[in-house]
Design a protein around this ligand. Structure first.
Ligand code: UDP
Length: 538
């Protein structure tokens, strides 16, 4: 472990101001957390190999075109930058050697160093290898276009930051192309963010979306926030939406909100609205884009954090909840997915969104009320209820945030980088999580996924067990088969059918209700709120 921020100073010139600020502001807490996690898990946190980790933030490497760094102080997307900041802080504190790049030039010199073309590093006479490469989909595309051989040599070392996650149907180009009509809606039959052919566990997500992918997450600051919270006596709401296009279809719900509470906003591009063109922003106190301290202060005084249905699954509602606001989470009467919602139409997932933030929907009252904001009566009731609710504020750590705690992030990243082996085809006895932790269950209904089946047993579906379980003797025994067939299907193994394509093993996929499919599902237990780790696998 290494808690000096000095190790990160050399990279500060290359990352956006927002990231530097977040890392600096929270460093004291990162250090305290490091101490706690070592005390709690002395063996797993200290007996680890020091790895050479490349962090290539592809999201920032097309700056001339996309301007994401520049926009980070003016309402541009911040969720990704926040997650990259937390990842960098974690990797540095857990002691790994870091190479960080946010542009194509510096990437080239790192690639050359490890390919042996430039001055390379030797330790005890042997060339240094990269052990892990964190990048995103844009970064992977740049590696593919400019450093093909390097990518081929290091494919299994890639860990892809993939906010919404990727399902098996989208991971290989060929399966998607054969089935694209069935997998798409009217807006698009393309798969621009998928088709990388990686193991699904190489996709690391923003929320714990699916057991197929790995949950990376981010940190929500909760410690101590309760001490500063002082809600105003007149109830108030902050509307979630930092660009005006996010407000455009929400005239009616915003009108109802204005009737009942004082409304605040942090819309960054409001000055571009022609005066008198819309009454939407009348009686709204717009603060413009706020920095982290300012937004924290505003949330401390706010009663309601009001979702308009978009953006989906950002970090802000969890932060707002940590500051004692009630999150009004927009419920989708018709579930949204790539098949019926333009924003999702090219995302490589079949997930169906029940609301703006399905993770928070499960948290429920007193922190979250999920309601159809276009139903006037229901919305009015929800706003009144939110005003009534007394959110219990914890001055210390609120267990509702365990999935987003600093210690979880340290511990799971340390363990995953040490144990999640995706390069070697290792023998069954060396697999992690250990195979003797596997419990096999059959799906009960034809349209159940393995995730649903394992969750109903208070377990998780463990994708790394699929190849172990995909065996003829097991299927013959479980289904009393006289004969077995093979299939390349995201539902296999099922009935008397063996899986033929390893890339299609899937925890999340759901057969149609009329399919007659009975799947075999590999499940395991887990440490509460530590999805990556089973109880006996440390
Ligand atoms: N945020 C901010 N200033 C503002 C509005 C939001 O710093 O005026 C922060 C917010 O606290 C959160 C981050 O922006 O940490 C990202 O929020 P969001 O959920 O909107 O995700 P995004 O869509 O940007 O990925």
């Amino acid at each position: 472990m290494s808690s000096s921020i000095r190790r990160l100073l050399p990279i500060f010139d290359g990352i956006p101001h927002y990231m530097k600020q977040r890392i600096n502001r929270l460093w004291k807490k990162w250090k305290e957390g490091a101490h706690e996690v070592i005390t709690k898990y002395p063996e797993t946190m200290t007996q680890r190999k020091k790895l050479n980790v490349l962090v290539f933030i592809g999201f920032l490497a097309n700056e001339q075109k996309l301007n994401f760094a520049k926009k980070s102080d003016h309402g541009g997307p911040l969720g990704e930058l926040l997650q990259w900041s937390d990842l960098l802080a974690t990797l540095s504190i857990i002691g790994h050697h870091l190479e960080v790049s946010t542009d194509k030039e510096s990437l080239k010199s790192i690639v050359w160093k490890y390919m042996g073309r430039g001055p390379c590093q030797y330790v005890n006479g042997s060339r240094q290898q990269l052990d892990i490469i964190f990048t995103d989909i844009m970064g992977l595309n740049i590696l593919r276009q400019r450093h093909r051989q390097f990518l081929m040599n290091n494919r299994c070392r890639i860990r892809l930051l993939d906010s919404f996650g990727t399902h098996a149907e989208f991971t290989t180009k060929s399966y998607f192309l054969q089935n694209k009509r069935k997998l798409s809606g009217p807006d698009s039959q393309r798969n621009p963010w998928g088709g990388h052919g990686l193991d699904l566990r190489q996709h690391w997500t923003f929320y714990p979306h699916s057991d197929d992918n790995t949950f990376l997450g981010f940190v929500v600051d909760t410690e101590g926030v309760g001490e500063n919270i002082q809600k105003t006596s007149t109830p108030s709401a902050l509307i979630y939406g930092k660009q005006k296009y996010m407000w455009m279809d929400a005239e009616k719900p915003i009108g109802i909100l204005k009737k009942l509470v004082k409304v605040h906003a942090t819309v960054a591009d409001l000055e571009f609205i022609p005066k008198n063109s819309s009454s939407l922003f009348d009686d709204v106190q717009n603060h413009g884009f706020l920095n982290s301290e300012e937004i924290s202060e505003l949330l401390d005084k706010t009663t309601i954090f009001f979702g308009l249905g978009f953006p989906l699954e950002g970090p802000a509602p969890l932060e707002a909840m940590a500051h004692g606001t009630v999150f009004i989470n927009a419920k989708f009467e018709e579930l949204k997915s790539r098949k019926n919602y333009k924003f999702l139409s090219e995302k490589p997932t079949l997930r169906e969104w029940t609301s703006q933030n399905p993770y928070m929907e499960k948290i429920g009252e007193p922190h979250v009320i999920t309601v159809d904001i276009n139903n006037e009566e229901e919305l009015e009731k929800a706003i009144k209820r939110a005003i009534e609710l007394k959110v219990i504020l914890f001055s210390g750590f609120n267990p509702k945030f365990l999935n987003f705690s600093r210690n979880r992030m340290y511990h799971s990243i340390a363990v995953l980088l040490e144990k999640q082996e995706l390069c070697d085809k290792i023998s069954i006895s060396k697999r992690w999580p250990p195979v003797n932790e596997m419990k096999i269950f059959k799906t009960k209904k034809p349209d159940d996924s393995c995730e649903m089946t394992c969750h109903s047993q208070n377990m998780l579906c463990e994708p790394s067990y699929f190849p172990v379980m995909n065996s003829s003797p097991l299927l013959t025994r479980e289904f009393s088969c006289s004969e077995l067939s093979t299939d390349s299907s995201p539902f296999a193994p099922f009935n008397c059918t063996v899986q033929q394509s390893a890339s299609l093993f899937s925890c999340a996929s759901r057969p149609s209700p009329s399919s007659g499919v009975v799947r075999l599902c590999p499940c395991r237990d887990y440490i509460p709120e530590q999805h990556a780790i089973c109880k006996m696998c440390l």
